[in-house]
Design a protein. Structure first.
Length: 244
């Protein structure tokens, strides 16, 4: 950081305007990508999925809660785990507060995991979350939407993830799936995204992209090695050198 160029305000403004042109180009490309995403063909959901929610058993149709669009965050939480994935928890911390706003645009957001509700509820309370979280335990839902993998699948040479085949050491992976329900009750799968495709819904990462050090993950064993459950970060007793 000490060797970074330092210039006059006028020079900085010139460089900033050049970058602004590229930012505007990216914004236009993102808008176009969003349009193409909305024009993807749909697949009708014909299988009946049942989830265990805070109010009892619910079907996929029930999860819409009277709205026409449903976003499912596939939260990594294997039934054998004691707590949810720290990376998915990072994402959940980012979307927890927006559910009420999405509801004003005919969108319901829920998290779905294979762990039983008896594990989801206390972890949710511990993390201070308010979004709806249901269990797909005993259902094919996570397997059908490419975020859970059987031992047999992994042993056969890889798991079908992110529209390809990848090797996984574990049974779970993150993802988002989107569904639409028509007035006649028909439900359609309209979109899914995985891996780096989830970056677009993590506001914290976008803020980190604004600061001089960026995400600062290049020297880590893997990109999110620094992430912890929010109640497990060490307390900071003093500001870092040079701060203030």
């Amino acid at each position: 950081m000490q060797s970074h160029p330092v210039v006059t305000t006028e020079q900085w403004l010139e460089a900033r305007k050049a970058l602004l042109a590229k930012e505007k180009e990216l914004t236009r490309l993102r808008d176009e990508l969003g349009r193409q995403r909305r024009e993807l063909p749909w697949v009708e959901v014909e299988k009946r999925y049942v989830f265990d929610g805070p109010g009892g058993k619910e079907t996929l149709a029930d999860l819409f809660e009277g709205r026409g669009q449903l976003i499912v965050y596939h939260f990594m939480f294997d039934p054998e785990w004691r707590e949810g994935c720290k990376s998915c928890s990072f994402w959940a911390d980012n979307f927890n507060g927006i559910v009420v706003h999405l509801g004003q645009r005919d969108v319901t957001l829920v998290a779905v995991s294979r762990a039983p509700l008896a594990k989801l509820e206390p972890f949710k309370q511990r993390m201070g979350w308010s979004f709806k979280w249901v269990s797909s335990e005993g259902s094919d839902f996570n397997y059908d939407y490419g975020v859970s993998f059987t031992p047999e699948t992994r042993a056969a040479g890889g798991a079908p993830y992110n529209f390809g085949t990848q090797r996984f050491n574990g049974s779970e992976a993150p993802g988002i799936s989107v569904f639409l329900k028509e007035a006649d009750g028909a439900i359609y799968h309209t979109y899914s995204t995985y891996a780096r495709g989830l970056d677009m819904v993590n506001g914290a990462y976008h803020f980190l992209d604004l600061v001089p050090k960026g995400r600062d993950e290049e020297e880590l064993p893997y990109p999110m090695a620094w992430v912890r459950l929010k109640d497990r970060y060490p307390a900071r007793s003093a500001a870092p050198a040079g701060a203030g």
